[in-house]
Design a protein around this ligand. Structure first.
Ligand code: MGD
Ligand code: MGD
Ligand code: SF4
Ligand code: MO
Length: 724
């Protein structure tokens, strides 16, 4: 049989590695990394390669399923897409008519390839923004400080290939696999230094020149302590600070109390390491900070920690130079108003915008443009501030995703929800509670386009094989649902037309489908502008063409008046996590260990793929990493089943006893091991028994004050050995 070769893109995670897929008929026979990809340069991981299994898996949902018994009973009837769309259309129209569009909440998990089409669909219903999404914990608390302090539309700006000092701050090797080659090359050829800041001695730490093992949730304090040394030792560029920053004197005064000794007490990092790190960052420049979820996304002090880190970037300036923090105009999340149908001046904080939680968490409404998750599930139960009657969850296993899943479950089981639809690959715990389950196609099976948020380059993504059964990709799903609601807003015949229309709209580039496929990696004005530097001098960062940054003062704002509008201090003040040995010693008596949850593994993407043998074999069981001293205290040895409890609840996992975490700190990885893997004879687990979010508080005062960020990476827990 003839072998067909297709060059496309793996969207198995946010790396977007270039893929070459070989197929015989509709069967994938081989997958390789594409050496021509400007990002991944041929790299490819085991998780991406198991696409072959996912494509063939007979257990995938391959046809729309309508609930046949009671909700959650597990009885289903296969139906066609026409009937499925009839159900969606009639429920959308009825509920919108009776209760208003805000009674319909459409959710979406982490960034996929259809984010902006999802927004268009929501706007077609009458709701603007993201609907529901884990944006309160996933990177947006980090993007907001980048916007406010540095005036940057995007978060990722670390030029690791050219920096002299690279600071990998709460980021894991898993999420930057495709950039590791650049870092290694830079070290080998240019002698670049690498600093890793993490509570875990991670794979990146193993290769670092300096590893700072930080107490979870104290990153803001570390940034202040580093700035203390940098300012005291004058390791900054005086001209740059004078000309391009705002509030330096106030910042300098504030950090003066953050001596290495005080910082050491708060962060648990030895004072001499803090001094050494500050000297390395301030000495061998350009220095580039590469923060991800660790420091400033999943803590009650998330936004202010993010502010402290971005102030450090400003202090270490100049920025927008090779090897520093780069500005990529137009590379932010897809927000073109013509596509999303959200007017550019739309105010998500006004009451008419109808976002649940916007009054309480004004910063989240402004930057997340979405309903606050916990408050939304509560609103389903109470039907206040307004009734919520319908949920459509696309690529979002809500029960495994959001904090306090007990609340999510109560909401999804509530009779108040008159209609629930879930679009996924499998009958996930969330899908099992639905009225309608819609089958989905994966990256090798769809004709769409990469839409990763941060890079600005077009990466074409044609299908290598046809999807099984009646699986539709999310683009087609939004198109067909949209057509039923307002065909004028959805005039395209298919996904290919949508792809080409979008490229024209976003980048002004006219392509035929064949050109799109053939050209593969296409530069756009946005990606090319990344090669221009010091754009703040030439006026290219501001729409008014004036020199300066996109902040109200036109400067990098150490002192940020806008923060006050959201209820925060204008300087990056450090606040202790709301639950910690210092802020709640009474809780720490019963729950003495600091808990960080959710670090990524080489296998699995969030709760997906624990059924896939090629992925599951690396991590057969749920596990928890704990220090030998803590294990010994509790009479636990490596491999024991243990119970991890917090004031919210308890879950179980196998103890992995290791010095990877320091004494007093416990780390639980992200997956929920929800599906069994028959091929390996390994079980699946209920979310009630193993989902890490059972331990995390939701709602009330348990979150970041302006953002609603749940403390997934800094709370308290206890561990005991399980009987038998
Ligand atoms: N405690 C704790 N909780 C966390 C985190 C943490 O670190 N700690 N991380 C948080 C973060 S950053 C995020 S982004 C969220 C992510 O949360 P989610 O994005 O909700 O992740 P999943 O739970 O895997 O659910 C995604 C579902 O989408 C399906 N899927 C995958 N690709 C597609 C597709 O193309 N189309 C469709 N229709 N379905 C698809 C998968 O099978 C899976 O069931 O989790 C958050 N939750
Ligand atoms: N294989 C795989 N890849 C993924 C994902 C996945 O589920 N699986 N998820 C994707 C998504 S949605 C996201 S948002 C990204 C996340 O990407 P990353 O943020 O890079 O990944 P994580 O491993 O979640 O967290 C990074 C590091 O933060 C550390 N950390 C924990 N608590 C703290 C703390 O208090 N301070 C500091 N400084 N560090 C801390 C963890 O130990 C971990 O090493 O990954 C993406 N890539
Ligand atoms: S899953 Fe692996 S191959 Fe696919 S994009 Fe992510 S790192 Fe690349
Ligand atoms: Mo995320």
């Amino acid at each position: 049989m003839e072998t067909k070769r297709t060059r496309t893109v793996c969207t198995g995670c946010h790396q977007r590695c270039g893929a070459v897929v070989y197929a015989e008929g509709n069967r994938i026979v081989r997958i390789e990394g594409d050496p021509d990809s400007p990002y991944s340069k041929g790299a490819f991981c085991g998780s991406g390669i198991t696409q072959r299994f996912i494509h063939e898996d007979a257990k995938r949902v391959a046809k729309p399923l309508r609930r046949a018994g009671a909700r959650g009973e597990g009885k289903w009837e296969e139906i066609g897409w026409d009937e499925a769309l009839d159900l969606l259309e009639s429920n959308t129209k009825r509920i919108r008519e009776e209760y208003g569009p805000e009674a319909i909440v459409v959710s979406q998990g982490t960034s996929r390839t259809s984010n902006d089409w999802g927004q268009r669909l929501k706007a077609t219903i009458g709701n603007k923004g993201w609907g529901l999404s884990p944006l309160h914990v996933c990177l947006i608390p980090n993007i907001m400080p980048h916007a406010l302090t540095l005036g940057a539309g995007q978060m990722q700006g670390a030029d690791v290939a050219n920096a002299k000092t690279i600071v990998l701050w709460g980021i894991s090797a898993v999420s930057i696999l495709s950039e590791i080659k650049d870092i290694q090359k830079n070290r080998d050829e240019n002698g670049a230094k690498v600093i890793v800041i993490d509570p875990r001695y991670s794979d990146l730490a193993k290769d670092a020149d300096l590893f700072l093992q930080i107490r979870p949730g104290s990153d803001g304090a570390l940034a202040l302590g580093l700035m203390n040394v940098i300012i005291r030792e004058k390791l900054y560029d005086v001209d740059f600070i004078d000309k391009w920053t705002y509030g330096f004197d106030e910042l300098a005064e504030m950090v003066s109390e953050w001596t290495p000794e005080k910082t050491s007490q708060v962060t648990w990092i030895p004072a001499e390491q803090i001094v050494a790190a500050a000297r390395m960052m301030g000495g061998e420049k350009p220095t580039t900070l590469y923060p991800m979820l660790g420091p400033s996304c999943m803590h009650t002090n998330a936004v202010q920690s993010g502010r402290a880190l971005t102030c450090l970037t400003g202090l270490l300036g100049p920025v927008d130079v090779p090897g520093g923090f780069m500005y990529i105009p137009g590379a932010g999340p897809a927000t073109n108003p013509e596509l999303t149908l959200i007017p550019p001046d739309w105010d998500f904080n006004k009451p008419e915008a109808k976002l649940i939680g916007s009054e309480k968490f004004p910063a989240f409404a402004a930057f997340g443009n979405a309903n606050v998750p916990y408050d939304t599930f509560e609103a389903v139960i109470t039907q206040k501030p307004w009734p919520i009657k319908m949920m459509v969850l696309v690529a979002n296993d809500a029960l495994n995703c959001y904090e306090a899943p007990q609340k999510t479950a109560e909401a999804l089981k509530s009779p108040n929800l008159e209609f629930i639809a879930v679009k996924d690959f499998y009958l996930t715990p969330t899908a099992q509670l639905a009225d309608l389950v819609l089958p989905s196609s994966d990256w090798s099976e769809r004709d769409t386009i990469d839409e990763e948020m941060f890079r600005g380059r077009i990466i074409s993504s044609p299908r290598a094989v046809d999807p099984p059964g009646e699986c539709w990709d999310d683009w087609k799903f939004y198109l067909e649902w949209g057509k039923r609601l307002d065909p004028e807003l959805w005039p395209w015949a298919d996904e290919r037309e949508m792809v080409l229309w979008r490229i024209k709209l976003y980048h002004g580039i006219d392509l035929t489908w064949d050109e799109y496929v053939e050209r593969a990696y296409i530069d756009t004005p946005a990606s090319l502008s990344a090669a221009e530097f010091k754009k703040y001098e030439t006026g290219k960062l501001r729409p008014d063409g004036q020199p300066g940054f996109m902040t109200p003062s036109g400067r990098i704002e150490f002192f940020c008046p806008t923060m006050q509008a959201f209820g925060y201090e204008p300087l990056p003040v450090y606040h202790e996590p709301k639950e910690s040995p210092y802020s709640t010693p009474e809780v720490a008596k019963d729950y003495p260990l600091i808990l960080t949850t959710g670090f990524r593994l080489y296998s699995f993407f969030h709760s997906a793929w624990t059924n896939v043998p090629g992925q599951r074999e690396l991590y057969p069981h749920p596990f928890v990493v704990m220090n030998p001293a803590d294990a010994q205290d509790a009479d636990i040895v490596d491999g024991d089943w243990v119970e991890i409890s917090s004031p919210r609840g308890a879950i179980m996992a196998k103890a992995e006893v290791s010095r990877e975490v320091g004494q007093g700190v416990v780390a639980l990885p992200r997956p929920g091991w929800r599906s069994g893997c028959e091929e390996l004879g390994l079980p699946g687990y209920d979310w009630q028994d193993v989902c890490i979010n059972n331990l995390i508080p939701g709602g009330g005062d348990s979150t970041d004050p302006g953002f609603g960020t749940a403390p997934m990476r800094s709370t308290l827990c206890a561990i005991r050995k399980m009987e038998g």
